[in-house]
Design a protein around this ligand. Structure first.
Ligand code: FE2
Length: 266
C-alpha cells in the first residue's frame, strides 16, 4: 500500500539521524543540509499547490523535493565535502541510495522510478530533452524550490563581507566594481550566466540576477518577489550605470511574469 508524505518525512529524519556526529562542527554541516531539505520541501509544496497537477505527479514532486539531497549525507561521510567535482554527483548518489534503502518499496513502480529520476536530475545544469513530461515537471518544481532556498543564503554572503567564505563565493575575485562584460551582456539579453564564466564576485551576482529568466513557474517568481530576495541582491550590485540597466532588466522581467499577480494584489 502506498504511504503518505508524513511516513517519508519520518523516514528522512531517521535516515539523517543515522549520520549524527559527535563533533559539533561536522554535525552543523549535516544540519545545514537537513534544514535546507525541509525548506525546499515547503517551497515545493507552495509551488505545487498552485499547479493543476495529476495526483501522481504531485506525489513525485513532493517526494523528489524531500529526497533531492538525500545523497549529501553519504557524500559528506565518505568525502568530507559537498563539492561534487571533488567527490561524486550527489544527485546520482541519492538516487542509488533510494534504491539500496528500498525507501519507496510500497509505491507503484512508476512512482519509484520517477522519484529516483527527479533526484538524479535535480542538479543537472540543463535537463535532457528526452524525459517524460511528468518527470520534467516534478524536477522543475524541485529545481525552482532549490533555487529559492539557496538564493538568500548566497545574497547574505555578499552583504556580510566580514565572513567571506570560499565555499560560497567559489574563490572569485572580490573587486568592488569589476565584472565580466560577458556576464553583463548575458543578463541584459535575458540569458543565463554560466558558472564556468565567472571571474569576479560581481559575476556571481549577475548570475543570480539571471535566475529571474530561468525560474519555471510564476509561483516561484511570486515567492522570490514576496520574500524580497531579488531586491536585496540588486542592492549589492556596484553603483555603475550598466548595473542600473541590469536592475531595470531584472525588474522588468519580474513585472512581466507577475503582471496578473501584482494587479490582483492591489
Ligand atoms: Fe542538490
Amino acid at each position: 500500500m502506498a504511504q503518505d508524505i508524513a511516513f517519508y518525512k519520518d523516514w528522512f529524519a531517521q535516515y539523517v539521524a543515522g549520520y549524527a556526529q559527535e563533533d559539533i562542527e561536522t554535525q552543523r554541516y549535516l544540519d545545514l543540509k537537513r534544514d535546507h531539505t525541509l525548506r525546499v520541501f515547503e517551497n515545493a509544496s507552495l509551488i505545487a499547490e498552485t499547479l493543476p497537477l495529476p495526483e501522481q505527479t504531485l506525489k513525485i514532486a513532493l517526494l523528489g523535493a524531500l529526497f533531492h539531497d538525500v545523497g549529501r549525507f553519504e557524500q559528506f561521510s565518505l568525502y568530507h565535502t559537498y563539492s561534487d567535482r571533488d567527490s561524486v554527483n550527489h544527485g546520482y548518489l541519492g538516487s542509488r541510495i533510494l534504491r539500496s534503502e528500498n525507501v519507496l518499496a510500497e509505491e507503484k513502480k512508476e512512482i519509484r522510478q520517477s522519484v529516483r529520476a527527479v533526484v538524479a536530475l535535480h542538479n543537472r545544469l540543463v535537463l535532457p530533452r528526452a524525459i517524460p513530461q511528468h518527470i520534467r515537471e516534478a524536477t522543475n518544481i524541485v529545481r525552482d524550490s532549490d533555487k529559492l532556498d539557496i538564493f538568500p543564503i548566497l545574497v547574505a554572503n555578499f552583504i556580510h563581507d566580514g565572513s567571506k567564505n570560499d565555499v560560497v563565493t567559489m574563490g572569485l575575485q572580490d573587486c568592488p566594481s569589476a565584472y565580466s562584460p560577458n556576464a553583463l551582456s548575458n543578463v541584459l539579453n535575458g540569458e543565463s550566466v554560466r558558472y564556468a564564466e565567472m571571474q569576479y564576485v560581481n559575476d556571481f551576482k549577475l548570475l543570480l540576477s539571471s535566475w529571474v529568466f530561468n525560474l519555471e513557474f510564476s509561483t516561484s517568481m511570486q515567492i522570490l518577489y514576496k520574500r524580497g530576495y531579488m531586491e536585496s541582491l540588486l542592492d549589492t550590485l556596484p553603483d555603475l550605470p550598466e548595473m542600473k540597466k541590469v536592475k531595470h532588466a531584472v525588474r522588468n522581467e519580474m513585472q512581466r511574469v507577475l503582471a496578473g499577480y501584482l494587479s490582483e494584489e492591489e
